[in-house]
Design a protein around this ligand. Structure first.
Ligand code: FES
Length: 188
């Protein structure tokens, strides 16, 4: 009968355990990456209305009025709306001749999409301000930060220290489609 070697058995059990643990860990890590990816606006996402009678339907670019912002969410190519609050964007048509040149590549013609989450304390930024000198700019009504849609959400005034990141978009098949993720950190 073969001599039983307790140390060898112990090492085998440890190696087996490490192998299983490694597999489980890798699978868990992959799942986290999948969840993260699913939560983040990405190239190929179709922008859909966030609110109102058309909620969940693709935004009709031709229906966007000048400086009348619309809230939207991205919908992944497999049809899932990315529900995380951080994905909400403000879509706004701006005067083409007033758009900053370095934003043009990220805009769908004269339509710009920027994060709707204020970089100050995270309120929704969806109003076009008409107070003071803020006319035609995006205003956060929580503490008065103002952002410039013509410059892709650049901060103009208020307590926010950063602008709103842009979501690059194009028009594809009559729909507004993201061509990448946000250009910077969303929210505070
Ligand atoms: S949360 Fe927008 S200004 Fe404070």
């Amino acid at each position: 009968m073969a001599k039983h070697d307790g140390n060898v058995d112990k090492q085998r059990r440890m190696l087996l355990g490490a192998g299983i643990g490694g597999c489980v860990g890798a699978a868990f890590g992959a799942r986290i990456e999948q969840v993260k990816a699913a939560a983040t606006a990405s190239a190929g996402d179709v922008l859909v209305y966030f609110k109102g009678d058309n909620a969940g339907l693709p935004i009709d670019p031709s229906g966007l009025q000048l400086l009348e912002p619309v809230l939207a969410k991205p919908q992944s190519p497999d049809g899932q709306v990315r529900e995380a609050r951080e994905n909400v964007v403000t879509v706004v048509r701006v005067p083409m001749d007033e758009m900053e040149a370095d934003i043009e590549d990220m805009a769908a013609g004269d339509i710009v999409a920027v994060s709707a989450i204020c970089s100050h304390q995270g309120c929704f930024v969806s109003d076009v301000g008409t107070f003071g000198t803020a006319e035609g700019k995006l205003a956060c009504t929580c503490h008065g930060s103002i952002f410039e849609p013509r410059a892709g959400g650049e901060r103009v005034a208020g307590p926010a220290e950063r602008g709103l990141p842009t979501l690059p978009v194009t028009i594809d098949g009559g729909q507004l489609v993201a061509t990448g993720g946000f250009t910077g950190k969303v929210g505070p």
